[in-house]
Design a protein around this ligand. Structure first.
Ligand code: UDX
Length: 435
């Protein structure tokens, strides 16, 4: 099938590459001329393990094309995926201006039946809005379908090629048949495709992300309580997770959730609720707890040192989680902001996300070329991202570099036994402090 993807951000690029990999001919459209030229030359604009190989393979096979010309792509395709940004507006609600502006253009360009697929995370009722917007400009028949994306950054290729499920929201039989055909390679391998109405499909995405945000936040509160009563959150987590109604995943406490999805989607669902006169109390609490959790170690650092002015802090990890260069809503940034305000000096190490942080913070902090150099003369180490390379460090080498042997670990990177005999003061989340 011939498919157009409008928007080559994270979701669009991965979706386009995946659909090409499944055998379709895919036209990716973006208004960013420079980006389109780069992609034509085989340059992947985002960091995502495994994506480049699949991307190049499909360009080579002439199944993946890039253009700035929406009309040209549209004319070639029966199905148009919208993978456009829906950033939070000032009041937290999702800004639909990109989606609706492309809908207007599509309305003006339609010459025959097409399916418009909403891949972006959009509030309940957006399919209706897109339909109304297109209808203003055309009498040609078309369908609007909701098909939310659930992929995780860092695992995008894995998640998009092997999703837990595909959700398709449409009440049109014609659209249902075509969408079923697109995802046939998935259903052939046992991946369920769940059809439902558009509104339920739109809400499924928000409900899933918000639930996961609540799950993490619940665990963070349990971790904080563990510290109060002398319990060990690792044990509690294992005990809880062994009940398969709860499951082991997404129970890892830390310095809060970040990223481009959870914070935005939780906010947007609260806002959508408010517009209907509905209070999502559990989500409001989640936001509040998460806000505090992100910087929970700053008060611990302050408690330990008293005055932070002039203290030299090494920071391992800047990305909002491992395996991505994404720093959107990263806890590292909240910590840096407060620590700098308190007069501390920061040397950070993150091989993958450093460039993105440099763009935002410039030389407000220093950057180290490797994890050990970041520790030079440091009074303490703060760990903000769970990169694998931090998992099993040489504690003697660390000690030899640092001014004081103190670690604040926001990601519970080490087993307590690992640190026990190292002579380090070690404060993690929800576990006893080693001193
Ligand atoms: C998320 C959803 O998982 C995905 O389905 C959706 O499509 C987009 O949003 P992503 O933002 O890539 O994906 O990150 P994810 O791996 O879900 O992690 C989100 C945040 O939660 C990160 O800050 C991570 O560090 C944190 N987290 C995750 C925890 O603190 N503990 C956990 O146990 C899991």
């Amino acid at each position: 099938m011939n498919i157009t993807i409008v928007g080559t951000g994270y979701v669009g690029l991965v979706t386009g590459t995946t659909l090409a990999e499944l055998g379709n001919t895919v036209y990716c459209v973006d208004i960013d001329f420079k980006k389109v030229e780069q992609m034509k030359q085989g340059i992947v604009p985002i960091y995502e393990p495994g994506l480049e190989e699949m991307f190049l393979r499909n360009i080579q096979a002439q199944r993946l094309f890039f253009t700035t010309d929406l009309r040209e792509a549209l004319n070639e395709s029966e199905v148009i995926y919208l993978a456009l940004p829906t950033p939070p507006g000032e009041d937290g609600s999702a800004d639909l201006s990109y989606v609706l502006s492309v809908a207007t253009q599509i309305g003006e360009m339609l010459t025959e039946y097409k399916i418009i697929v909403n891949k972006s995370t959009v509030p309940v009722g957006t399919a209706d809005k897109v339909r109304e917007t297109i209808s203003v400009h055309t009498n040609i028949e078309f369908d609007v379908v909701s098909n939310p994306e659930f992929l995780r950054e860092g695992f995008a290729v894995e998640d998009s090629m092997n999703p837990a499920r595909v959700i398709v929201g449409t009440e049109s039989e014609r659209a249902q048949e075509i969408m079923a055909k697109i995802y046939q390679p998935f259903t052939n391998t046992g991946i369920p495709i769940i059809f439902m109405d558009e509104k339920s499909s739109e809400l499924t995405k928000y409900a899933a992300n918000s639930f996961l945000a609540v799950k993490i936040t619940f665990m963070n509160e349990i971790a904080n309580y563990c510290e109060k009563v002398g319990a060990d959150v690792d044990k509690v987590r294992l005990g809880m997770g062994s009940d398969d109604r709860i499951g082991h995943r997404f129970l890892f406490p830390g310095i809060g959730y970040g990223g481009s999805c959870f914070p935005k989607d939780v906010k947007a669902l609260i806002k959508s609720g408010k517009q209907e006169g509905f209070d999502f109390q559990i989500l409001e609490a989640t936001e509040e707890v998460n806000k505090n959790q992100k910087v929970i170690l700053v008060s611990e650092i302050e408690k330990f040192f008293g005055d932070l002015a002039g203290k030299k802090i090494a920071l391992w990890g800047l990305a909002f989680k491992a395996n991505t260069d994404d720093i959107r809503e990263a806890s590292s940034l909240d910590n840096i902001k407060i620590l700098l305000e308190k007069g501390a000096k920061i040397t950070a190490y993150d091989a993958i996300a450093e460039d993105n942080v440099r763009r935002v913070l410039g030389d407000q902090i220093s950057y180290a070329p490797d994890m050990y150099s970041a520790l030079q003369d440091a009074d303490c180490l703060l760990i903000a991202t769970e990169w694998s390379e931090f998992k099993n460090p040489n504690f003697d080498l660390m000690a030899s570099k640092m001014n004081q042997k103190v670690i604040f670990d926001g990601r519970n990177m080490f087993a307590l036994e690992q640190v026990e005999d190292s002579g380090f003061h070690y404060k993690s989340i929800g576990r006893r402090t080693i001193s």
